[in-house]
Write a protein that binds this ligand. Structure first.
Ligand code: ADP
Length: 717
């Protein structure tokens, strides 16, 4: 943390995660911690002489054999000493000068290097075919082996035909048994070599493929989760998933077809000169035929590409329909919308079928046209070869014809493969742009930029105006207010008045506002996004619980937290009593969508999860709106305790649950009407008074004494 502070970054010990089976922080784990926080960091082994070179560029963390650490802050090569600071020593103490002997006693070379900023290029290359190919090419050593293996295999393929030629010409005409034996032995050796090399080649391709896959998947996910929420709100999940899955097609193409064809072309480079040497007339026949085939395929590329774009579009729509139905299945069933969904699906399927058929019909043509040429090439060589042999005065040998026939097939295959490759290149380009459509959007720069102040929780809005993209009226219109740290602020207003938008701006979900938004006096835009959000606790009306135990859900994978923390958070959220009544307590397993929990229980778990990090600012956005009165009363009773020591933003349309707030803010069509405590608002704000009366009149009419039962007619009124 001291080293990071030198570069102006605060590392949070809560984020630190020990590696598997470690008791003492390893260099790798420390380095990963710094990288998480957006720094550049490497764990490595240094030698004594390296220390002089590294010491100039900022402090280096040295990990000592006993599990402690020191900070290398300087070095003096002339005096042969390095300066090391003990992190536990008082700040004012000077660093200790150490020589090689003394250092070697406690240090065996483990070190962590840190820099403030990782280079932009390393962190965020745009997602293009070139980048992908570059990634494959990074497997340099494997690819070199692959080339060597393939080249050797190509050479080996020449041997059998040449030897067959010898058999036909020499052995048969001279009845030479010894030559036959020799040739057989050579052939046998060739076969053994080819088998072994083929085996090795396939393994290399496999390894390169698997490694690329893993890297690619990590990269994709990393980008995906850093897309702004905005994107996910505008695009159905099914569509995104389909687009992303297109990557696999691209990857398979690069490490499969593309690589195979390139290797085949290498064979061609070896074979073609040899064919011309054998017989140039026949070689020309092969070359002309193969070129004709290529031309035919190329001619069809453009029309096929156009239809293919339609196929892709239809497929995307189809996936979106499927995804929507699955994610909205509760609504579908509840409203008996199955027939409508089904007919939508039918339409989408029919659409895909139509375009796939069209594409199939079109791409049938080049295949059909190519077949006769392929056949002609094959048969033509035999006929022409026989003719040449018959009419040759120089005694053209039949063996040569045999060899030529065996080899010519190897020539046409790579050429046709190349043409098909160009065709497929189009598809892959399509797939690539599908994936790029998702992955090449501007990302939230969560990790690396911005300051990381310690929050107290004072919030101020100055003339904040915000309009959602694609809408005309501003969702927030020149909002200005200021609250000190520890305030419990209620937000009320009709549906659509901008309450949630206030909380969204605070969390940095939407950043294109005008005016100033400050937390503890620091401009929101200058604050590191991840730092900002990890200082917020947010509970929404609908909260997603992940598959896992209750404990895991409350901790949500945050490192450095224990069951005790989970219990404390659960108690604060009023969730403790029901968790303890569960058959397995905190180890009770929650399925996806949490069917084994009631709405109230789910909500209290969500509150516990939001409280686990003890956030300075807590946002409850209609968090209790969907609860039954009893659960709501339970949560509300805890609100005062929950609020202790933090700023709270409570959005609720039930005014009764906000009476105890320090301040209540009344919004109306994006404008701030008034802000003040309940009593004051009741007196001076007519909108507030109307809302209050509406809710309470109902309460009295229905004869319920409990405020939480007040019906909620103001929504959408
Ligand atoms: P409230 O929380 O008070 O119900 P919101 O803050 O959600 O209101 O919405 C304020 C206005 O902004 C509404 O008119 C709403 O239609 C619009 N709005 C909210 N979210 C989005 C969004 N993601 N995209 C476009 N418009 C939005």
């Amino acid at each position: 943390m001291m080293a990071a502070r030198y570069f102006g970054l605060e590392l949070d010990p809560v984020d630190f995660r020990l590696g598997q089976g470690e008791t003492v922080p390893s260099p790798a784990a420390l380095s990963a911690w710094a990288q998480e926080a957006g720094m550049w960091s490497r764990a490595l082994r240094l030698k004594w002489r390296n220390l002089f070179a590294t010491a100039g560029a900022g402090p280096v963390v040295l990990l000592f054999n006993d599990g402690s650490a020191g900070l290398l802050t300087g070095a003096n090569p002339e005096a042969k000493i390095v300066l090391i600071r003990d992190p536990r020593a008082p700040e004012a103490d000077p660093p200790v000068a150490v020589d090689e002997m003394r250092l070697a006693e406690v240090w065996s070379g483990e070190a962590v290097l840190l820099r403030a900023e990782r280079s932009q290029a390393e962190a965020d290359p745009p997602f293009t075919l070139r980048w992908l190919i570059g990634m494959v090419l990074k497997e340099g050593k494997h690819l070199r082996d692959l080339m060597i293996a393939s080249f050797t295999i190509s050479l080996l393929t020449i041997f059998p035909p040449v030897l067959t030629m010898q058999v036909v010409d020499r052995v048969l005409s001279h009845h030479s048994y010894s030559t036959l034996t020799l040739i057989s032995l050579i052939l046998l050796t060739c076969i053994v070599f080819e088998t072994l090399l083929g085996y090795a080649r396939r393994i290399i391709i496999l390894i390169v493929g698997v490694r690329t896959d893993a890297k690619l998947n990590l990269h994709i996910f990393n980008r995906l989760v850093r897309l702004p929420l905005d994107y996910f709100e505008r695009h159905p999940a099914g569509e995104t998933m389909y687009r992303i899955s297109q990557i696999n097609q691209v990857r398979q193409f690069i490490t499969g077809k593309l690589m195979a064809t390139l290797l085949d072309l290498m064979t061609l480079a070896v074979l073609l000169p040899f064919l011309f040497w054998l017989n140039s007339t026949l070689a020309w026949v092969v070359l002309v035929c193969a070129t004709a085939i290529m031309l035919i395929i190329v001619a069809y590329l453009r029309p096929i590409r156009m239809i293919f774009a339609k196929v892709m579009a239809a497929e995307t729509m189809k996936s979106a329909a499927l995804g929507e139905t699955i994610f909205g299945i509760k609504t579908v069933k509840a409203l008996a919308l199955e027939p409508q969904r089904k007919s939508l699906w039918d339409e989408r399927v029919a659409d895909v079928g139509k375009w796939r058929l069209a594409m199939g019909l079109l791409s049938n043509w080049p295949q059909t046209l190519v077949t006769p040429i392929e056949r002609f090439m094959w048969m033509g060589i035999i006929m022409l070869g026989a003719y040449l042999a018959l009419s040759s005065d120089t005694g053209y040998e039949v063996g040569g014809l045999f060899a030529f026939m065996m080899l010519s097939q190897r020539v046409s295959a790579p050429l046709v493969g190349l043409a098909r490759l160009i065709e497929e290149w189009e598809e892959v380009g399509g797939a690539m742009s599908q994936a790029g459509e998702v992955l090449n959007r501007p990302l939230e720069d969560a990790a690396s930029t911005g300051v990381r102040p310690k929050f107290a929780g004072a919030v101020s809005f100055q003339d904040v105006t915000f309009t959602y993209a694609g809408t005309k009226l501003p969702a927030l219109d020149r909002i200005s207010f200021e609250i000190p740290a520890g305030t419990m602020l209620g937000l009320v207003g009709r549906s659509g008045s901008g309450k949630s938008t206030v909380t969204r701006l605070l969390q940095g979900i939407n950043r294109e506002y005008s005016g100033f938004l400050k937390i503890d006096g620091a401009d929101l835009r200058s604050i590191n996004l991840r730092h900002l959000r990890s200082n917020f606790g947010v509970v929404l009306q609908e909260n997603f619980l992940f598959r896992g135990t209750i404990r895991e859900n409350i901790l949500a994978g945050r490192p450095g937290l224990t069951l005790e923390d989970a219990i404390r958070a659960a108690r604060l959220a009023g969730a403790e009593e029901f968790i303890e009544r569960m058959p397995n307590g905190y180890e009770t397993y929650i399925e996806e969508g949490s069917p084994n929990l009631s709405g109230g229980q789910r909500q209290r778990l969500a509150i516990a999860r939001a409280l686990i990090t003890d956030p300075r600012i807590l946002i409850l956005d209609e968090a209790t709106s969907a609860l039954d009165p009893e659960s709501e009363a339970l949560v509300n009773a805890n609100l005062a305790r929950i609020a202790r020591g933090r700023t709270m933003f409570i959005v609720s349309h039930r005014l009764s649950s906000l009476v105890d707030c320090d301040l209540i803010m009344v919004l109306e069509r994006g404008k701030l009407l008034d802000i003040g405590p309940h009593e004051a608002l009741l007196e001076r704000c007519s909108v507030y008074r109307t809302l209050w009366n509406q809710q309470n009149r109902h309460m009295y009419k229905e004869g319920h004494g409990h405020a939480a039962l007040a019906p909620t007619l103001i929504q959408g009124s």
